[in-house]
Design a protein. Structure first.
Length: 275
């Protein structure tokens, strides 16, 4: 069975119910209670380069490191909260390689566009749509926001795609009410406004908006260092960048069980490079 078909059994878009990879339906849903999500952002393929070994023209060390981390930490989902790619000028072959590497562990990979890989009329996401579909990458590309349901209908993830990084774009605008699934995750790429001095910043996010999501977890991106943005009853984090400076080699491992547990884990680049 091809990877996209396996993922389609595991995941269903827009709230429809699907089966799962085990093929045992209700039995697996009963047994599968805990969900692990590896949350990353600001991967910047096309800019970030590994420090060891040989590298191709477009370094894929960060993608390999994340795929390895998914396996090492037994993650059920890989969540990428923006800026997977550094710019839209990357060749199609580089985009294709990244998507193939990230999808290799055969868990759902959920992505929202960020300010470096915006979903505008020159979007690499649109240009490479066939590769996105072929690899089973789940792209939240609606500019007004879209959602998907996964983990045997246990979890809903909502995110709003970015087409312009400017003050009028609000990543957490019109987040829908909490759904009926057990877990609710909201993904957003933008700047956390800490004071009135941040009012001019592009893609603003406020503590009040985070709290108003009523989500179990808000998966943030844009800041390259691990930062706790939790507010009220809502847990929210910037996970840190998996490669580059500052914030070298970190991701957030989120465990959804009786509650929400956040653990910051190392993301280790390949010792022999990626060539």
């Amino acid at each position: 069975m091809t990877l996209p078909n396996k993922i389609k059994q595991f995941i269903s878009l827009h709230g429809s119910v699907s089966g799962n990879l085990s093929g045992h339906g209700d039995e697996a849903r009963t047994m599968k209670q805990m969900v692990r999500m590896l949350h990353t952002s600001d991967v910047h393929i096309g800019h970030a380069r590994g420090s060891a070994g040989a590298h191709g023209e477009t370094c894929q060390c960060a993608a390999h490191a994340l795929a390895d981390a998914v396996i090492q930490y037994q993650a059920d989902i890989l969540m990428i909260s923006g800026d997977l790619f550094d710019h839209a000028r990357l060749p199609d072959s580089a985009v294709r390689s990244t998507l193939e590497i990230l999808s290799a562990p055969e868990v759902p990979v959920v992505v929202i566009p960020g300010n470096h890989d915006v979903h505008d009329d020159k979007s690499l996401w649109q240009r490479c749509r066939k590769d996105v579909e072929r690899t089973g990458i789940q792209l939240l590309e609606d500019l007004e926001g879209s959602s998907l349901t996964l983990e045997s209908n246990q979890m809903t993830i909502w995110g709003r795609a970015m087409n312009d990084h400017e003050p009028g774009y609000r990543p957490l605008l019109n987040v829908p009410p909490r759904p009926s699934t057990e877990w609710y995750v909201v993904a957003a790429h933008g700047h956390l406004n800490l004071s009135s001095e941040d009012a001019h910043r592009s893609s603003p996010i406020t503590y009040e908006e985070i709290s108003s999501t009523n989500a179990d977890y808000v998966a943030l991106g844009h800041w390259h260092v691990p930062t706790d943005a939790s507010h009220g009853s809502v847990t929210a984090w910037y996970p840190g960048a998996p490669m580059g400076s500052p914030g070298n080699g970190t991701a957030a491992l989120i465990t959804f069980n009786e509650g929400v547990q956040v653990e910051h884990v190392p993301v280790v680049e390949p010792v022999n490079g990626c060539a």
